[in-house]
Ligand binder design. Structure first.
Ligand code: NAD
Ligand code: TDX
Length: 337
């Protein structure tokens, strides 16, 4: 099988490539990634010498390049995106370019090259926000109600993917997953920011009252779910993937990390809330469980402990990312700290 992965130098994409080449060593992967601030070739040092892995530095908005790379490809797994909500609030433009126009360019090329499967990685954020007081969860039939520029751009890309299925018959599948965590996640996101700030004895910023709820999914569980959808998923269908059955607030997850690191939680600092901050995401992942037999392989406590260990052992990896441009970004993003 020849697979084109987009955004494979980012957090989930690199975990996916490592997972896939280990599980399916007979397959070939081409990784197209623009290496934005979020892309890091160091994530892939364990596979980059393999004969069946090829890295191409390039933009998914480059139609000519995308068209060349799609030749001979069986499956496209599309991760490439601008992924950080806070950055989308500051400057939505590049989110529209990459997440919407980039996806459109890929879809056109996939159609022209008669790709056997176009798998699109999306998010639960397209469904909007749940109330803290209600027990509702998002599922495959929840209407779209994106509330941040990032979520709106992902919603638009989901609609385009399904439009290419209904209008032109492109064989697509979509997964809408919840917040991922694990190795190689950029320290701009809550869990790696919290772990690394605690290790560095720096304040841990909590937006608003810290009661917001996310549905945490370990990245390897996510990769396994994508694998199953590629093998057994139904064309034209969407699968929701979440990691939890019980609600966990941001403050609770942050306190769990303090406990795992055996530190007092005095570094917690409440800062100005994110504009339009979605209160709660929760996923009903019963469809993928029932249809494909997927479920998380370990508990939040176990996966989080493993994640904290990884960041503790791989300081050089994240220390580099927290220098230079990131210091400027951090000062602008957290003026209260
Ligand atoms: P990330 O920001 O870590 O990585 C994105 C990657 O895409 C980077 O390597 C970057 O260089 C590349 N990229 C960005 N713009 C590009 C362009 N124009 N052309 C080519 N490459 C480009 O993101 P992630 O957290 O790994 O997320 C991957 C996908 O999963 C995204 O589509 C995101 O919306 C989705 N998702 C992420 C989460 C999460 O919790 N991280 C949850 C749900 C869905
Ligand atoms: O410093 C922080 N303090 C804080 O309280 C940061 C960075 C975040 N938060 C809060 C905001 C959210 O309620 O923590 C929660 C998680 O925030 P992020 O890590 O920024 O993730 P989120 O905004 O929920 O979006 C993530 O999950 C869905 C990914 O970044 C998206 O790409 C994905 O689609």
């Amino acid at each position: 099988m020849n697979i084109l992965v987009t955004g494979g130098a980012g957090f989930i994409g690199s975990n996916f490539i490592i997972y896939w080449l280990k599980k399916h060593p007979q397959d070939r992967i081409v990784n197209l990634d623009a290496l934005t601030y979020a892309g890091n070739p160091e994530n892939l040092t364990s596979v980059d010498q393999l004969p069946n892995y090829r890295f191409v530095k390039g933009n998914i908005c480059n139609a000519k390049l995308v068209s060349q790379l799609c030749k001979g490809i069986d499956i496209v797994v599309h991760f490439a995106a601008e992924s950080h909500v806070d950055r989308s609030i500051k400057d939505p433009g590049v989110f529209l370019e990459t997440n919407v126009s980039g996806t459109h360019i890929l879809l056109k090329s996939a159609l022209k090259n008669k790709i056997k499967r176009f798998h699109h990685i999306s998010t639960d954020e397209v469904f909007g926000s749940l109330d803290l007081s209600e027990n509702k969860k998002f599922n495959e039939n929840t209407p779209y109600f994106p509330r941040s520029p990032y979520a709106a751009s992902k919603a638009a890309s989901d609609h385009l993917v399904l439009a290419f299925y209904h209008t032109y018959g492109l064989p697509v599948t979509i997964t809408n997953c919840s917040n991922n965590y694990g190795p190689y996640q950029h320290p701009e996101k809550l869990i790696p920011l919290t772990i690394t700030n605690i290790i560095e004895n720096k304040k841990v910023p909590v937006y608003g009252d810290g009661k917001n709820i996310r549905d945490w999914l370990y990245v390897e569980d996510h990769c396994r779910a994508i694998d199953l959808v590629l093998k057994e998923g139904k064309i034209g269908e969407t699968y929701c993937i979440g990691g939890l059955l019980k609600d966990v607030s941001n403050l609770e997850i942050i306190r769990m990390i303090f406990r795992i690191l055996k530190k007092e939680d005095s570094l917690i600092s409440f800062v100005k809330d994110r504009p339009g901050h979605d209160r709660k995401y929760a996923i009903d992942w019963s469809k993928i469980k029932k249809d494909l037999g997927w479920q998380p392989e370990a508990t939040l406590e176990e996966w989080l402990t493993k994640t904290v260990e990884w960041y503790s052992k791989n300081r050089v990896w994240w220390q580099k990312l927290k220098k230079g441009q990131f210091e400027i970004y951090f000062k602008q993003q957290y003026p209260d700290l």
